[in-house]
Each structure stands twice: as C-alpha cells, then as structure tokens.
Design a protein around this ligand. Structure first.
Ligand code: CP
Ligand code: NVA
Length: 299
C-alpha cells in the first residue's frame, strides 16, 4: 500500500507541492475546478482544543468539495478514557478517508500519522499551524504579489505560528524579521534549520527596527492555547504590541493576524480594524486554502 500524503508541517513538504496547493486554493476561490472532486470521501476532525476558523472552514470546504466531515472532540472519543492514539488511528483508518487533528503535543499528531493508513492534516499543535500559513501566504500574494523576496516582520511571542513562519521563510523564500523577547524567542533549532536551508532570518530586539521597510507585519496572541497567562509574560510582550505608532514605521506594510485577536493586547483595535489590516481576507482564505490541502491529501 502506498504511503498516505500527510500535511503535518511545512518543513517536510516540497516547496513545489506547497505552491501547487496555493494554485488550487486560488482556483477554488475563483470558482474554478472540478465539481465535487471529493464526492463520497469522509474527513474526521479531532479537536483537543477549541477552534472557530479551522473547524468551520474545514467542514464547509469538504462539503463544498462533495465530501463530508465527522467532528469529534477529545471527550467524545475513547482517547479521553485512555485508548491510545495509535489504536484510534488504526480504527479510524478503516472508516474515513482522512483526518484533521488539532492537538497539544505535536508528537501525538505524528504518532497518529505513523499508526494509521490515511492522510493526516495538522490543524494546529503546540509546535505549528501549517494550514494557517497557507492562507497567510495566499493573502499576502493577493494583496502584494509574490512573497518571494518580501520582508515579513513577526512581532511578539515566538509561538507555534512564529515557528511556522520560520518554516515558510525557507519554502517561499522571503526574509523573516523576528522581534520577540529573548525569553519567548522561537526555538534556536528552528532558526538554525531555516538558516541552514538558505532562509534570511533576522533576529532583532527592537520591533521598530524589525518593521522598518517591511511589506507585512504579523503578530499573534500573547497566550496561546495551553500557555499560562501571567504578569511577567504580559510585561515581556508589551513592548512588542502592534499599535498604530509601530505600523506608522511600516506605511507600505499589510497587517496580518491568524485570529483570534485580543484588541488592546498584542494588537491595538485601530490597527486590527484599520486600513493596513487584511485579517478578514486572511480568515476567508482559510476556506480556500483548506480545499487545496484537502485535494493534496485526499484527492
Ligand atoms: N486561526 C485559527 O486557527 O483559528 P481557530 O483557532 O478559530 O481555528
Ligand atoms: N498561537 C495560537 C494560534 C491560534 C490559532 C494558539 O496556539 O492558541
């Protein structure tokens, strides 16, 4: 039996394949493409953490592609009572054609993929969120043209989204400027990996320096799902808030945020709702990007 085509992390997927997924996503957005290419296919979606965008966009996407979704929370599955991930993967492989999983430990996702015989899609782990990045690149390119050679500034927590942006810098060939408190910087290993693979990753303490001349400014919540909010965390991250004073240093940049946003914390309301923000297009593009990912894995 041939190996299933997973979508686990950008670093393990060929850049040409990622570009093909984006081409598919754009075609779907234009209303092109075959009718019901996933007719009769079932996607199981396992959520061990909350979700608005990922849950709804995947379910709508598979429906619009002619298939359907079964949505499962951890508490509904026997995983919640101790059945192993591996056994769950082996059983679901006998019923459905693909799985999208949102979980905490990235290792659980990999365990699922290695144990089953069906494609597995990473719907976010503590380590990465590759589906979001596909929508982000798609959105950037809609507004600004090819992302290759662009300057993207990440301001804030060095979290799962930051790691995925680092991986994307390798695959899509843009410069990534990281402005993160050193205590919350992305893992050194990921930055080194990206540099060893030719990416221009610039580490800066000063967010004002990071956004100067940027084409895109990105941030994310200061407290990711599974993280503990604390005064010290807020104190460390406050200088990296994206507000209008910061955006004024990047007058040609678009502003992106994967959402959910916390107005007044990582981003001010005037930036999120302002003229440089493309966050609603970014959210919409989750739907189109999921279609490209679903076809890649299950088509
Ligand atoms: N951006 C994103 O993944 O949002 P949800 O947590 O609502 O799915
Ligand atoms: N970093 C955030 C992303 C949410 C889509 C989290 O993991 O909670």
């Amino acid at each position: 039996m041939s190996k299933p085509t997973h979508f686990l992390d950008l670093d393990t997927i060929d850049a040409k394949e990622l570009r093909r997924i984006l081409d598919l996503a754009q075609a779907f957005k234009r209303g092109e493409g075959a009718a019901a290419p996933l007719a009769g296919k079932t996607l199981a979606m396992i959520f061990e953490k909350p979700s608005t965008r990922t849950r709804v966009s995947f379910e709508v996407a598979i429906n619009q592609l002619g298939g359907h979704a079964v949505v499962l929370s951890q508490t509904e599955l026997q995983i919640g009572r101790g059945e192993t991930i591996g056994d769950t993967a082996r059983v679901l492989s006998r019923y459905v054609d693909g799985v999208m999983m949102r979980t905490n430990l990235h290792e659980k996702l990999v365990d699922f993929a290695n144990s089953g015989t069906i494609p597995v899609i990473n719907g976010l782990t503590d380590r990465s969120h590759p589906c979001q990045l596909m929508a982000d690149v798609m959105t950037y390119e809609e507004h600004r043209g090819p992302i290759k050679g662009a300057k993207v500034a990440w301001c804030g927590d060095g979290n799962n989204m930051a790691i995925t942006w680092i991986q994307a810098a390798v695959k899509f060939g843009f410069e990534l400027r990281l402005a993160c408190p050193k205590e919350l910087a992305p893992p050194r290993g990921d930055i080194d990996w990206a540099r060893n693979h030719g990416a221009a990753i610039v580490e800066l303490d000063d967010p004002y320096e990071a956004v100067r001349g940027a084409d895109c400014v990105v941030t994310d919540t200061w407290v990711s799902m599974g993280d503990q909010a604390s005064e010290s965390r807020t104190r460390l991250l406050t200088p990296y808030r994206v507000d209008q004073t910061l955006m004024d240093r990047a007058p040609d940049a678009i502003f992106m945020h994967c959402l959910p946003a916390h107005r007044g914390e990582e981003v001010s309301a005037d930036v999120l709702d302002g003229p440089q923000s493309v966050v609603w297009d970014e959210a919409e593009n989750r739907l189109h990007a999921q279609k490209g990912i679903l076809i890649h894995c299950m088509g």
